[in-house]
Design a protein around this ligand. Sequence first.
Ligand code: MEV
Length: 483
Amino acid sequence: MVNSSNKQSTESAKSSIDKKRKCLFKGFSRLTLAERFSRLIEMGALTQKDVRYLKSGGIKKTELAEKFIENVIGYFQIPLGVATNFCIDGKRMVIPMAVEETSIIAAASKTARWINEYGSINTSIKGSGVIGQIQISQVQNLENLKKVILENERDWIKKVHQEVIPSMYKRGGGIKGFKVRTLPSGGEEDKTQEKMAVIHVIVDTCNAMGANIVNQVCEYLRTLIESHTNEKVSVCIVSNLSDSCLTSAEIVMSGLDPQLMEKIEKASLFAEKDPYRAATSNKGVMNGIDAVLIATGNDWRAVSAGVHAYSARGGQYQSITRWRVKKDQLYGYFSAPLMVGTVGGMTRLHPTSKICLKMLGIKEASQLSRICAAVGLVQNLGALRALTTVGIIEGHMKLHIQNLTLGAGAKGWEIPVIQKHLEIIFGFKNRISLSQAVEALKALRKKTANPMETLKKIREKHQKQALATLKKIKAKHEKWIDK
Ligand code: MEV
């Protein structure tokens, strides 16, 4: 039993960490790299040793890579950042995100702060286990197969626990049960009534993502099934649509502008009803989830496959999130199978993912999956808010301009000059392209002319074009009104 004074002191320690983190998130995006490290140390998210490792550029020796893949030639490094302001299930968190796309981390942090002001994020998990599939492509005697499985279920489960996953069983994992499904065995042209049987084996894999374990369990069961029946097993493999366990996140917000809430609900309905929009909306959700999965060394392809398959469970591909306005409140929902691990695979072997898991302050896979659900839903809200108000370009613009400037080849002092030039053009054109960055850089490097004067002329040219376009639109509009 937990001593009540101990419990109280743990609670008060947690709440003081919470308060401290809230303060330390303030102005985080404007800090220098060194200041960011100091803040993260102060928050208890990183240690001096972690900072030394990150500053040194991360993993260099290829020994680890050799353990995982073939024909190694090095590592591919993508940017690692942290999303701030997250408060999930009442706990403030720093979210590590490994991602190359501009604005994802900024949008997540900004939206999390908005939610803190007007509402909350809560998560939950229903069910457990990972599904393994054993296919019998042409079942000879379905009734007998079902009978044999039912008769031997307990004995087979015991055997698997003893011989395949003894230590996982000791930690509380193991087979939860079997389920037999049937499907037509032939293709579209097939007129026979033959069936394939698919046996689902549900395995609680504790804190491991579980694919390897489940595959081993299924292959072990193959021998037992074949020796007890006249059936021939064709395929044994984990299912990434492991809907035996669903992770959900819910956001509730009050006090928002009613028009904005309505727009968000309408945008949600668009993604629920139209697969073309659903694909993009879900891509936005996965922007957040995948970034956390990559940072923590998880198999993001498996999770993505599961989320997309679950999005099509009703027969039509839909958005994985829902937003509704109910009695002056905005409600957002996310629910999907999220197969993640905090042990096994890269999670504890890659020094960066180890640091990221530590930064989250979690040990259990269920905690990580809840964080992923929350981040995905927050990311979606950020996208919907931008899309229904200022549009997506504005948020991306600052870094987009930076990327265009670097992409055009600007160096040193040229960078701020070109950036400013592009920002001004964006101000009246509302769009910007690489060719404009290249054009500006060429002008800047021309030895003969006064480069600043040339840049000014270029801007005037673009401004004239923008004004001419505006005039045309206005004239068209007036004609339309006259009609
Ligand atoms: C871009 O990476 C993601 C968005 O397109 C998501 C969405 O449209 O909801 C902004």
